[in-house]
Design a protein around this ligand. Structure first.
Ligand SMILES: Nc1nc2c(ncn2[C@@H]2O[C@H](COP(=O)(O)OP(=O)(O)O)[C@@H](O)[C@H]2O)c(=O)[nH]1
Ligand SMILES: [Mg+2]
Length: 445
């Protein structure tokens, strides 16, 4: 990016009617814009001050606002920043935005542009910038905690720590290339080898995490499966506390996969209802069953629902899918009356989707299963595919380095490993990568 000349502005708060809307400005002309709207009444830095905002040309008063002035570099972006805390009405926000565009070198911000400027000013590394976006998107407590830890620099520090170790190793290797020891010509010394394999195992431990961080961002996939009419759709509606899926006594009603987003014990879950598993000659239903099986195969957790009215007669197609990732539920407790039905040595949960009996147990057991798959035990976690790709590239380079026959080749691979790590935190920043990262932000961040 070249020198930044334009001053950007955007509403940083949500759209729609609200008590307050925060309009944020950043750039070299932010102070001049503040003067223009307040007739030179620039408030003290970092002190909330009430002012009347006026149109810079007509002088019409636009709002009574609270104003904050953050001179560079002590601001979010590192530039001069102004915040107008406006009354949240659409007409107020509109009037102030129109007043701002009428000023020279001011323009509306692109998505993520404030944070991109903060990154350019060195206020945040890339993992922290991504954490800002994640915090804005966080729906559940666990997502918030993960984003906040990342914003605190946890991930960036881990990667920078590895990078520093690699740079030290590289310096050592280069010294050995320039001044080879007489007794070990061309050999990689033992200390360097040990450090290489220590780094590889640190990276391995970080990579083998069951994609917890990524799943926590995206939501864990849970699929409800079972024979037709077992009460799968009724169970989904109960868990979602709304009529998301059609419930009918007619079997074969559910055909498409229906998804609801739930917060289970503070973790995000995408719960899917699927078509009942049976042989069908109906083309649409068959397609539904194909989708149900596909979802069952990719789901992190399955809830297998059996029809209590037929219990203990079960359905072979569903029984065949029960594994360690499956919660067995026998519905229509009002019809079968067995509180803890056993299936192949597994304790099922007797429920009645009609009365609600047993649903607390389903939620509690599901909560334990979800937590076991998403809990990160406070360790820094990879949260994006982008990180995983770079860490894998780093590991690949280190493995090659460990097997390279000449110190010069070892050094070359270590250099590549350093670059791969630098890409994650943004020490090696490529414009296309930055475009992709900041595009997914909302405007005003
Ligand atoms: N007696 C009883 N009937 C139920 C219960 N849950 C669902 N049903 C009925 O079973 C039928 C099939 O339910 P549905 O949720 O559509 O099953 P799905 O085909 O597995 O999605 C409907 O008539 C429901 O009213 C229950 O707990 N007890
Ligand atoms: Mg159904």
């Amino acid at each position: 990016m070249g020198p930044i000349e334009e001053t950007i502005f955007a509403v940083a708060t949500g759209v729609g009617r609200a008590a307050v809307a925060v309009m944020r400005l950043s750039g070299p002309d932010a102070g001049a814009a503040l003067d223009a709207l307040t007739r030179g009444g620039r408030p003290q830095a970092r002190r909330a001050t009430r002012v009347t905002l006026r149109h810079p040309f007509g002088g019409e008063s636009l709002d009574q606002a609270l104003v904050l002035w953050f001179p560079a570099p002590g601001s979010y972006t590192g530039e001069d920043v102004v915040e107008f805390h406006l009354h949240g009405g659409r007409a107020v926000v509109q009037a102030v935005a129109e007043a701002l565009v009428s000023l020279p070198r001011l323009r509306p911000a692109e998505p993520g542009e404030f944070t991109r400027r903060a990154f350019a000013a060195g206020k945040l590394d890339l993992t922290e910038a991504e954490a800002v976006a994640d915090l804005v998107d966080a729906d559940t407590a666990a997502q918030r905690r993960q984003a906040l830890r990342q914003l605190g620099g946890e991930l960036g520090r881990l990667y920078d720590g590895w990078r520093e170790r690699l740079i030290r190793l590289l310096a050592h290797l280069e010294a050995a290339i320039d001044f080879p020891e007489e007794d070990l010509p061309g050999e990689l010394d033992r200390g360097a080898r040990a450090e290489l394999s220590a780094l590889i195992s640190d990276l391995d431990r970080h990579l083998v995490d069951g994609r917890r961080g990524e799943r926590l961002r995206d939501g864990l996939s849970v699929a409800i499966i079972g024979p037709p009419n077992a009460g799968k759709s009724s169970l989904l509606n109960r868990l979602a506390r709304r009529e998301a899926a059609i419930v009918s006594a007619q079997s074969g009603t559910t055909r498409d996969v229906i998804e609801v987003h739930l917060d289970i014990a503070g973790y995000p879950v995408i719960l899917a209802d699927t078509a009942g598993l049976r042989d069908s000659t109906d083309a649409v239903e068959s397609e539904g069953i194909r989708r149900a099986l596909a979802r069952a195969a990719t789901a992190d957790i399955k809830i297998a629902v059996f029809d209590g009215a037929c219990w203990p007669i079960t359905d072979a197609a569903t029984v065949g899918l029960v594994d360690d990732d499956t919660l067995v539920v026998v519905n229509k407790l009002d019809r079968h009356g067995e509180a803890v039905p056993m299936l192949g040595g597994r304790a099922g949960i007797g429920v009645s989707a009609r009365s609600g009996a047993g649903l607390d147990t389903v939620l509690a057991r599901l909560g334990v299963m979800v937590a076991a798959r998403l809990d990160t035990a406070g360790r820094p976690t990879l949260t994006r595919v982008r990180h995983r790709v770079a860490i894998e590239a780093c590991r690949g380079a280190l493995v090659r380095a460990a097997g390279a026959p000449l110190p010069e080749l070892v050094a070359e691979d270590v250099r590549l490993a350093v670059r791969a790590l630098g890409r994650v935190t943004g020490r090696v920043a490529v414009d296309e990568v930055l475009d992709v990262i900041f595009r997914e932000f909302c405007i005003g961040k």
